[in-house]
Design a binder for this molecule. Structure first.
Ligand SMILES: *Cc1c(COP(=O)(O)O)cnc(C)c1O
Length: 380
């Protein structure tokens, strides 16, 4: 959607005075390269927030996933189990390493990896002699995946879990923060996430060796000598110090921004509470960061489809989106293996993501709620 100051967007960046101060201070300090004090502090502050010893700042969440997979040795001949209901970057990162993604369906109530299905899939893959390098679980829309089942399952086969926490910074599951599950986790600070560096990401891990190798690869695998010496093929994945300064300001506001998203979700929950045939995806999910709120519509009960509400809102300049189109339906992954039960396809067909951003002001929120109420009252 084209930027329009009257439009209500799904999840626009939420930046203001504090961010300006931090970025200007970094600019004045002269540290405008992908190195500097804000970068070091940003890594430390995120690591402390999540409670993980090592953090490596990079220029996207996709890069963090790529480095995490390289860090556990993923490469040609390997397979990596990935949920089919995710953003494409999760699966792409697997392909970048030369490994092959195998897609698994989700739980229809949460949208996250279906642990029962995973159990059967891992048993099948073991029986076939497949080299399963990792289970790459995703915390969809800000709710942590079912790690208390996924981690022990993968452990049984000696397979590491990697957490795609691109959407879930600030969420908690069973007392543990998102980004602290598995061998390594990836955060994203893309412009539409709960907090942003305009573009950026971070790899988190308790494994010092994995962190060291990720940092090395992110800096073109350059060795610390004065001439240009490289011991393998690396990547230009480092984050700018200026963007780290932006991230530090955003991190200070993270809890406040999450509370705004939560208030919005609560308002949607109230609005739809008495509507037969509409539920919130992941309603009752433990301590989500409420990144995006989605409804799931049962048209047999409502008498209307998600797409009709989307059209009603689009006509009023309110952005919504379908839930991610599953990876096994993407032309880019045609022919990929997938273990399916129809859940992801059901959510793609009947889900609708509603405006969820913390930058929405009160008038915009009231406007969206009124527009939906108008639709529900039959004004469609
Ligand atoms: C946003 C996102 C990514 C990628 O992050 P970028 O910073 O945009 O590269 C990866 N996985 C999921 C689930 C995401 O939502």
């Amino acid at each position: 959607m084209v930027a329009d100051k009257h439009a209500v967007l799904l999840s626009a960046p939420d930046v203001g005075r504090l961010e300006q101060e931090y970025v200007m201070a970094a600019m004045r300090s002269g540290w405008v390269a992908p190195a500097g004090p804000d970068l070091d502090l940003f890594e430390r502050e995120i690591a402390d927030r999540v409670g993980v010893p090592h953090a490596v700042a990079v220029n996207s969440g996709t890069a963090a996933l790529h480095l995490a997979l390289l860090g556990i040795g993923a490469g040609p001949g390997d397979v990596v189990v990935v949920p089919t209901l995710t953003f494409v970057a999760t699966a792409n990162a697997v392909v970048y390493t030369g490994a092959t993604p195998i897609f698994a369906d989700c739980d229809v109530t949460t949208g996250n990896l279906d642990a029962d299905l995973l159990s059967g899939l891992l048993a099948d893959l073991r029986a076939e002699g497949a080299r399963v390098r990792a289970v790459l679980a995703v915390d969809l829309f800000g709710s942590c995946a079912d790690y208390e089942r996924i981690v022990p399952l993968a452990d049984r086969y000696g397979i590491p879990v990697i957490e795609d926490a691109a959407e879930s910074l600030g969420a908690v599951r069973q007392g543990r923060p998102a980004g602290s599950f598995g061998r390594a986790a990836a955060l994203s600070f893309n412009g539409n996430k709960v907090m942003t560096t305009s573009g950026g990401g971070m790899l988190l891990t308790a494994d010092a060796g994995l962190a060291r190798r990720a940092r090395h690869l992110a800096g073109q695998a350059r060795l610390p000598v004065s001439h240009y010496e490289h011991d393998e093929t690396g990547f230009n994945y480092r984050l700018s110090n200026l963007l780290a300064a932006l991230g530090r300001a955003q991190l200070r506001r993270l809890d406040e921004m999450i509370e705004r998203r939560r208030a919005l979700r609560d308002a949607y929950a109230k609005l739809f509470a008495d509507v037969d045939g509409v539920c919130l995806l992941g309603a009752g999910a433990p301590a989500s960061n409420c990144w995006l709120t989605s409804i799931v519509v049962d048209p047999g009960r409502t008498g209307w489809r998600a797409g009709e509400l989307a059209a009603h809102l689009a006509a009023r300049n309110v952005e919504t989106r379908p839930i991610f189109k599953p990876m096994h339906l993407q032309p880019a992954f045609a022919g990929a293996r997938a273990a399916l039960r129809g859940a992801a396809e059901h959510l793609f067909g009947n889900g609708l993501l509603l405006p969820s951003g913390s930058a929405l002001d009160e008038a915009q929120v009231r406007g969206v709620l009124d527009d939906i109420a108008e639709f529900l009252d039959g004004g469609r």
